[in-house]
Ligand binder design. Structure first.
Ligand SMILES: Cc1cc2nc3c(=O)[nH]c(=O)nc-3n(C[C@H](O)[C@H](O)[C@H](O)COP(=O)(O)OP(=O)(O)OC[C@H]3O[C@@H](n4cnc5c(N)ncnc54)[C@H](O)[C@@H]3O)c2cc1C
Length: 406
């Protein structure tokens, strides 16, 4: 099916949102059951058994993204010449909402590519880079990773020590990255490296590169997380050769590019409103719980519904430029609210399931998913910048409080 075929059946790019929603809903209904109707134990069990489920999660996400792309429902706001649908972010939100209503695989495994690399390349890439990298990213054919954090440079990212030295002909990169999600599966990574160690300010001597993960000198070692997952990695770089054409943005201006990537990560990929996903999770756990008539249990679920709605409104206000600090620092507000909510939902779901939530038994679907979810939710206040650091940013840049002593 051509990428535009489903859309062109109902009126092409000028399509009204309501009509577009009907179109997406119909397409999804032919493929996936509604969340509430689904009891597909096999699929959920795969997600819950993280160690060997990692591969399956990626495969399922890639298959869904390819299907969405073929139907014209991928990268809705991206221009067509780069593989998108040439519509608007409102259309993108409709797809996210409709996806969250059905029991479709999660696209989270592609989040770094779609949520971070895509906007970064659109904002800082050359025309050649956009045409080369965006179409296979959008169609699910190439996975991306983010090579920012290092063993001694996480919150204090600006102290990163990976070096890229120009030998007159090419850049030679040496160093180590850590916590690099999906690096073992990625075709490309956004790499931050120090290119001018003598710069006046440490921020000024950093460059962002596009790194092919199959380059000679790149080795990837998986790390096992608290939930048993193997999605993040250590990445070792030894005399890796890069060229000027691999620079994303300008040489020594990588900090500026990375700031945009990180603010997108905080407000979008990690911190987005979730399109009703968390509310549905809590409602489903309540429906399955022996506590479903309990007033306190119901109150906790209502609290989640209210918080998710507030988060949606916050995302909307930031999008409309109505929050001080612009989209950059205001993204930290979303990150903190969404991270806290993620952990609250995981805790409420476990409590609602009672003894079933305590058992880590792969044969027991709800308890297994909930137990894995509780462990996995710990990352919500660390990944993409810890909540302590986000609170500092909110204090300094949104509330205008005095800066932290440095
Ligand atoms: C699931 C997951 C996925 C990730 N994926 C990626 C990825 O794909 N790519 C990537 O580059 N990185 C990734 N990261 C790394 C993440 O960005 C870092 O873990 C995060 O920025 C914190 O850095 P750190 O772990 O070095 O902790 P540190 O910076 O060492 O912080 C340790 C503690 O000290 C606190 N702290 C530090 N400085 C201050 C301060 N000034 N004021 C108050 N408190 C402070 C922190 O809040 C934290 O509690 C991932 C992390 C997780 C958990």
């Amino acid at each position: 099916m051509s990428r535009s075929s489903v859309l062109s059946d109902v009126g092409g790019p000028a399509i009204e949102l309501a009509e577009f929603r009907r179109c997406v809903r119909g397409w999804l209904a032919a493929r996936y059951p509604l969340c509430d109707e689904s009891r597909d134990d096999d699929r959920l069990d795969v997600i819950a058994r993280a160690p060997d489920g990692h591969r399956a999660m990626i495969d399922q996400a890639v298959a869904l993204q390819k299907d969405l792309h073929a139907a014209g429902f991928a990268a809705l706001a991206l221009p067509r010449k780069y593989g998108g649908a040439g519509l608007t972010s409102a259309h993108q939100y409709v797809v996210a909402e409709e996806l969250s209503r059905v029991d479709a695989p999660s696209l989270r495994a592609l989040g770094i590519g779609l949520g971070l690399a895509m906007p970064t390349i659109m904002g800082a890439g050359t025309e050649e880079q956009k045409r080369r990298f965006l179409p296979p990213l959008v169609s699910g054919h190439e996975i991306w990773c983010q090579l920012f954090s290092e063993p001694d440079a996480g919150s204090d990212l600006v102290s990163l020590r990976t070096r890229a030295t120009h030998d007159g002909n090419a850049w030679i990169v040496n160093g180590q990255k850590v916590w690099s999600s999906l690096a073992s599966d990625a075709a490309y990574g956004m790499l931050l490296a120090r290119t001018d160690p003598e710069a006046d300010r440490p921020h000024s001597g950093i460059t962002m590169f596009i790194l092919s993960m199959s380059s000679r000198g790149v080795s990837v070692r998986p790390l096992v997380d608290i939930a048993g997952g193997r999605h993040f990695n250590e990445v070792f770089l030894e005399d890796v050769v890069l060229h000027d054409s691999d620079v994303l943005g300008e040489i020594n201006r990588g900090w500026h590019v990375a700031t945009g990537t990180l603010s997108g990560e905080r407000s979008g990929y990690l911190g987005g409103s979730g399109a009703g996903r968390r509310r549905r999770q809590a409602e489903q756990a309540l429906a399955a719980s022996s506590l479903r008539s309990d007033r306190v249990a119901r109150q906790r679920v209502v609290d989640i519904i209210a918080r998710e709605r507030l988060l949606e409104l916050l995302v909307g206000r930031i999008g409309a430029g109505a929050v001080a600090g612009g989209n950059g620092a205001a993204g930290s507000l979303v990150k903190v609210a969404a991270g806290n909510l993620e952990q609250l939902v995981a805790e409420v779901v476990i409590d609602l399931l009672g003894a079933r939530g305590l058992a880590w038994d792969t044969r027991e679907r709800d308890g297994n998913v909930a137990a894995h979810g509780l462990n996995a939710s710990r990352q919500a206040t660390i990944a993409g910048g810890t909540h302590q650091i986000q609170s500092n940013l909110i204090g300094e840049r949104v509330l205008g409080l005095p800066r932290e002593a440095r």
